[in-house]
Design a protein around this ligand. Sequence first.
Ligand SMILES: [Zn+2]
Length: 179
Amino acid sequence: MARLKREWRVALVRAYPDLFHPAGDPAAVQAFPDVGDGWRDLLERACARIRAAILADSGTFRATQIKEKYGTLRFYWDSGLSPMAASRAEEAIDLAEARSACTCEVCGEVGQLYGDGWLTTRCMAHAEKRSPVEVRPGFEILIKEWSVRDRRVIRCRRYDREADRFIEVDPTAFANEET
Ligand SMILES: [Zn+2]
């Protein structure tokens, strides 16, 4: 049973020797996915997007750890990619992490964060009578900050689960909401 449950992870690792290393033996792979079955779909999408992002690039990508932490996906990686390909790979991972925050890790249905001791993202059926963590208004907005040629760029965006993409939010509107 345990072996069966791991099957999709083995298949994923085998399907993406360009992302997982060392290639060949799934049991030896550094970033063997350590997440629940409900996140299978979002991980498969992430891997397909990362491959598309790095396909035309001469650099390398390496997943270093894939796990759940504080209720959401953590996908760690390092690369020798061009800045363009690296930012596209990062976008794919941001999407997967955002999706994990609203997807039940057990079954893949719409979920939310539940608390009581430790944090998990679950649908109501799999919450096991634990209490939902209330999200304060504005806190569902993801803020992304980086620098482009020494200029600091800040983008605010919200994850749209239906469309599986980010929607830009006007940072000034967000600032007004906060005060
Ligand atoms: Zn569920």
